[in-house]
Design a protein around this ligand. Structure first.
Ligand code: GEK
Length: 244
């Protein structure tokens, strides 16, 4: 199912604050594909970690699942491993699109979706939680209690996969990283205007932590093993393991 091309920030009217509404859901797959470096590779690497670590009967819960691309890919890549898949997102438009995609790819029996705010919602016990590019939208003060709840709801030996846009603590280097990222977006067809307007719309809505802050958040919640399995300039993915 192809998504419409993301041209949300093409005109030069005042950008509104970014919201995960129907307009965004409609172009979302194209937006992620052209805005998140190595998006597919991170999904494939995550599937490998899940396969190595989990056991038959375990459930995998994707928080901030959006239109369900990663869960569909996990269901395809891990189809013989006996896992179950749950996606949670607080945007109705995203959940509607995720359900439609699951039906289209005949995965609606293996993947279930729920609408809810992950900061307050009762979370299912899981073998793994996936939190890809979502924590950055949760208010900083709410992040430690959320990560702690994920830790508590993981089975012993369970995994948390966290991917985030990050900031570099050195200001000069941080600027260079952002330049490289904007070049990445230009090469994927976004204009200077679209890049600038999206940046403005995300101001105060997407609040990135540094790699060090994210690692500290995971360690303080109780995860003894925390490793970075992917990093490209200002994008990082971590795997954290709950002691068995
Ligand atoms: C992917 N993980 O394809 N509760 C639930 N969902 C939330 C909340 C919240 N409090 N806040 C934001 N979201 C996906 C990509 S997108 C990343 C994740 C991006 C949801 C929001 O509705 C959106 O669908 C998702 O988190 C973030 O790998 O847009 O850059």
């Amino acid at each position: 199912m192809s998504s419409r091309e993301d041209r949300l920030y093409q005109d030069d009217s005042d950008p509104e604050d970014f919201e995960f509404n129907e307009r965004v859901a409609e172009v979302f797959d194209d937006m992620l594909d052209r805005s998140i470096p190595f998006y597919q590779e991170v999904i494939t690497a995550t599937a490998q970690l899940l396969s190595q670590h989990l056991k038959e009967g375990d459930s995998i819960c994707d928080l901030g699942c959006s239109t369900g691309t990663p869960l569909l890919e996990f269901a395809r890549l891990l189809q013989n491993e006996g896992f179950s898949f749950i996606g949670i997102d607080n945007s109705q438009a995203m959940i509607d699109k995720a359900r439609l995609k699951a039906q289209l790819y005949s995965q609606d029996k293996s993947i279930s979706y729920r609408r809810g705010d992950i900061s307050g919602l009762e979370l299912p016990g899981s073998g793994a939680f996936i939190l890809n590019y979502t924590l950055q939208f949760i208010r900083p003060l709410q992040r430690p209690p959320l990560i702690r709840r994920l830790y508590e709801n993981l089975k012993p030996g369970g995994l948390l996969i966290l991917s985030e846009k990050t900031i570099c603590e050195d200001k000069w280097l941080n600027r260079r990283f952002i330049d490289v990222y904007h070049r990445f977006k230009r090469e994927r067809g976004y204009s200077e205007l679209e890049i600038a307007r999206k940046r403005e719309a995300l101001e105060n809505i997407l609040v990135p932590f540094s790699v060090e802050e994210n690692r500290a958040l995971l360690s303080k919640a109780g995860f003894e093993t925390v490793a970075t399995f992917f990093q490209w300039f200002n994008f990082s993915s971590f795997v954290a393991i709950k002691p068995g």
